[in-house]
Design a protein around this ligand. Structure first.
Ligand code: C2E
Ligand code: MG
Ligand code: MG
Length: 569
């Protein structure tokens, strides 16, 4: 056995410091003027502020003018008693950073050292069931899925920072694009996993100057930054956007998440927390309306745009009523012969004051305001009428109509289509319906059943913008399409980029194996048409052959083609 050695002063001090640091009760040291000098871990957990934040701040944390009357009274009492008796104790309820109140017993002692006075405070939580309390506190402050602080905590930290900061405070709002669609396609469980992976990746980025990364629920996130110049946030957001370029994996499928990001900052936009949050939200909504996958900084012009959008909704309803939507027709060519085999009907809005508008100006609003079925009815009626006219002239080309998959869940969809065919005495094969996979992703009930019924009638179905969505191949298995339309983004660089032509080749092989026809979209040059023809692609559309045109011009094209054909024979 070793000889007994009495405890040296240095050891004693070291042991006591360790004990205090790890003590279950909260302990802190204040200077003579009641400013924080040191706090232990239990105190940090109890009040929700870190030691770095607290050191140098006055007891009560904020300058007096920001405190309520009750707090001011208590602080005055503590200062008086410590001055007078060197001791203070009381049962108090303490408000934490998260706005929670804790019942506790607090003791202060004034201690004199050679260089002056210090105060030591101890706080004991008097609530008997601290574990429950912690759980409740965790539940009410953190999102249960991602374990990130929730909106309440975000608001509290933002208001703290706005009060304290002499720098620029940046609020960033983030939504995952098409989250509802993803959740419907993958199932909620896998969507939850995606959200968890997203949250973890963002946390791992350890973005500089970020005070808090918060989860408001579902696909809704927020960040709070502080910079000398708000523009410095751009670097951090660049790495956020880059992070999304790596696929997320759920249910063994790689998923590419896109995000919409809105930013506001103080003091430029406002110094008020609620304004700033609302502005960042508006900027984010703006990105979403523009198709997502972008970052936008709030500016007051956005509010004006919003008014215009409201006006647009009223106008759209009027336009449906007054039948201002008309089809324009883009020729579809058989590549091997150069003959027009059909047309795609593309909607145009004959606006009373703004002239002829393209879908980019209104189609999203149509979908958002649930007017797409009304638009479909209006377009389909005019198209059937056109087919009837052409049949009367001896032309039996087909017309493709664009539809949102949501249309197929309309209970009277089948009856409407079969009624049109009978009423206008057209061949069902002359009517093609094309839909994008992004609209299929919404998984409206009944779509598959309705499509099958329409197909049995003889109507042809095409999958539009193939390759641009999340799960193109799975749709080919699920639905019985007659045609695939290769999106123009694959065609644009087909001459110069070997990867693009390899992709197109693979799509052509796949379509052949599945016995589907292929239409290449967006042909703008002769070389593209020739290459596609050599690769075995049957049909094509694009400015090279003809832009979308009025019914009269399209009819004239058919007449000219017929005449040329006659002359050749
Ligand atoms: P989409 O169905 O993929 O139609 C092709 C779009 O590409 C059309 O734009 C067409 O004008 C354009 N385009 C055709 N050839 C070329 C080319 O060589 N180069 C380039 N750069 N573009 C070309 P548009 O008419 O503006 O229509 C845009 C989208 O709006 C359509 O894409 C379709 O998704 C939607 N849309 C159009 N009409 C309707 C409709 O009646 N109902 C619904 N629900 N959506 C429609
Ligand atoms: Mg189309
Ligand atoms: Mg397309």
């Amino acid at each position: 056995m070793k000889d007994f050695t009495p405890l040296s002063e240095t050891h004693k001090e070291q042991l006591l410091v360790k004990l205090c640091s790890r003590f279950d009760d909260a302990i802190f040291i204040l200077d003579a003027d009641l400013r924080y000098m040191w706090v232990n871990a239990a105190y940090e957990v109890m009040v929700g502020y870190s030691e770095t934040f607290l050191v140098g701040r006055p007891l009560g944390i904020y300058a007096r003018k920001f405190l309520g009357q009750r707090e001011q009274r208590i602080l005055k009492d503590i200062a008086y008693r410590l001055d007078e008796y060197g001791y203070y104790q009381n049962n108090l309820s303490l408000t934490t950073r998260y706005g929670q109140t804790l019942d506790c017993h607090i003791t202060f002692r004034r201690i004199e050292l050679s260089d002056g006075y210090y105060h030591i405070g101890m706080v004991k939580d008097t609530c008997p069931n601290t574990e429950t309390l912690e759980r409740v506190s965790h539940l009410s402050n953190y999102d249960q899925l991602t374990q990130l602080p929730n909106r309440k905590v975000f608001l509290s930290q933002t208001s703290d920072l706005l009060l304290d900061s002499y720098r620029e405070v940046v609020i960033v709002r983030i939504n995952i694009d098409h989250y509802r669609m993803l959740a419907n396609t993958l199932g909620q469980e896998h969507a939850d996993t995606l959200v968890q992976q997203f949250a973890k990746r963002v946390t791992d980025l350890q973005l500089k100057n970020m005070h808090i990364f918060s989860h408001f629920g579902s696909d809704d996130f927020a960040m709070l930054f502080e910079f000398i110049d708000a523009n410095l946030v751009r670097n951090e957001l660049d790495s956020l956007m880059q992070m999304c370029e790596r696929p997320f994996v759920t249910n063994k499928h790689p998923i590419y998440l896109k995000i919409s990001v809105g930013i506001s900052y103080a003091p430029e936009n406002s110094k008020q927390m609620h304004d700033l949050l609302q502005y960042a939200e508006k900027a984010m909504q703006y990105v979403k309306q523009q198709g997502g996958d972008d970052i936008y900084w709030y500016n007051p012009q956005l509010d004006l745009d919003n008014d215009q959008r409201l006006q647009l909704e009223a106008e759209l309803r009027g336009a449906i009523q007054d039948a201002q939507f008309v089809p324009h027709y883009q020729p579809k060519i058989e590549l091997s012969t150069g003959m027009i085999v059909g047309f795609e009907a593309l909607v145009r809005w004959q606006h009373p004051t703004r002239g002829l508008l393209k879908p980019v100006h209104f189609i999203e609003a149509i979908i958002k305001h649930k007017l797409s079925f009304d638009l479909f009815l209006q377009m389909a009626e005019q198209i059937a009428q056109q087919l009837n006219t052409w049949l009367g002239m001896g032309f039996c080309q087909h017309i493709c109509i664009n539809a949102e998959a949501a249309e197929f869940s309309q209970p009277n969809f089948y009856e409407f289509i079969s009624g049109l065919i009978t009423q206008y005495r057209i061949y069902p094969e002359q009517l093609h319906i094309e839909m994008t996979e992004s609209s299929l992703m919404l998984r409206h009930s009944n779509v598959q059943y309705q499509l099958m019924k329409i197909k049995n009638l003889g109507v042809k179905l095409a999958l539009d913008d193939f390759g641009t969505g999340y799960a193109s191949l799975s749709y080919l298995q699920e639905y019985d399409f007659d045609f695939i339309k290769i999106d123009k983004s694959f065609i644009s660089k087909i001459i110069s980029d070997p990867t693009q032509s390899a992709i197109v080749k693979a799509i052509l092989d796949l379509a052949k194996a599945l016995e589907m026809g292929v239409v290449a979209e967006g042909i703008e040059m002769r070389e593209q048409a020739e290459l596609l023809n050599n690769m075995g692609c049957q049909y094509a559309q694009g400015y090279w052959f003809g832009r979308p045109m009025s019914a009269e011009t399209a009819t004239q094209l058919l007449i000219d083609q017929h005449a040329a054909d006659d002359a050749a024979n």
